[in-house]
Write a protein that binds this ligand. Structure first.
Ligand code: E4P
Length: 225
């Protein structure tokens, strides 16, 4: 399962890339609004940092299929051909995905709340589909179960599309999908940092260092006799 950062804050992205096995970055219009700067300035900064080959998912905002295709042209023109254009899984979006497939543009079907949206997006050529795990949970349904159903539908229909699970609020949700082997998960910086936030882990590591220090008086192998 690939792990991506669902954020546009370059400091947070740099920090997480330093410590974790990160495969790319996803954004949406609300995330870009939070950044509060011209969108393409922010997105170019991210692309320059992660490199031309890394997965960068950027959402089209136009309401019509033709407008989404135009947005896709601008996005890939500014950020490189490898950039995945997120297209909402609505009728206009499906039309746009089919047109973009013909042009060789990579797409991610987004705003996925139901398995049928995911199936249709995959049929229209989406490379990824993004079920919103926590938002589905908040509606009183089971986001993890929806993602699993999508994974099963893809497998049983011989579809090559992958899941890019999104909208996480805790590490258990990420773990459940990791166990199921979905293609990718994208999470906010705080959720990624919380993946290994555990007092028992810290206590174990601290005890090793402290025992070693008692023995040698130093805190590193390189400094002891
Ligand atoms: C991804 O495609 C979504 O834009 C995003 O992950 C939604 O996350 P949220 O529910 O935390 O806003």
């Amino acid at each position: 399962m690939k792990l991506l950062i669902d954020d546009a804050n370059i400091q947070a992205i740099r920090e997480l890339y330093e410590f974790y096995p990160i495969d790319g970055v996803t954004t949406n219009p609300s995330i870009l609004a939070k950044a509060g700067r011209p969108p393409f300035a922010v997105l170019r900064e991210i692309r320059d940092f992660i490199g031309p080959e890394a997965d960068l998912h950027v959402q089209a905002v136009a309401p019509t299929a033709e407008g989404m295709a135009e947005d896709a042209r601008r996005i890939t023109g500014e950020l490189g051909e490898k950039t995945l254009v997120k297209i909402p899984c609505i009728p206009e979006g499906f039309k746009a995905m089919k047109a973009l497939r013909e042009l060789g543009v990579r797409t991610t079907g987004t705003a996925v709340y139901t398995p049928m949206q995911a199936f249709l997006a995959a049929r229209c050529g989406a490379e990824y589909v993004a079920p919103y795990i926590n938002r589905i949970d908040n509606m009183g349904f089971d986001g993890i179960a929806v993602a699993r159903e999508i994974q099963d539908i893809f497998a049983r229909n011989g579809m090559s599309a992958s899941i890019l699970a999104a909208s996480f609020k805790n590490s258990q949700q990420v773990l459940e999908l990791c166990k199921y082997g979905v293609g990718a998960a994208t999470a906010a910086p705080d959720v990624i940092r919380a993946l290994v936030k555990n007092p028992a882990i810290d206590a174990a590591v601290d005890a090793f260092v402290s025992d070693f220090e008692k023995l040698t008086g130093v805190r590193a192998m390189t400094d002891c006799e």
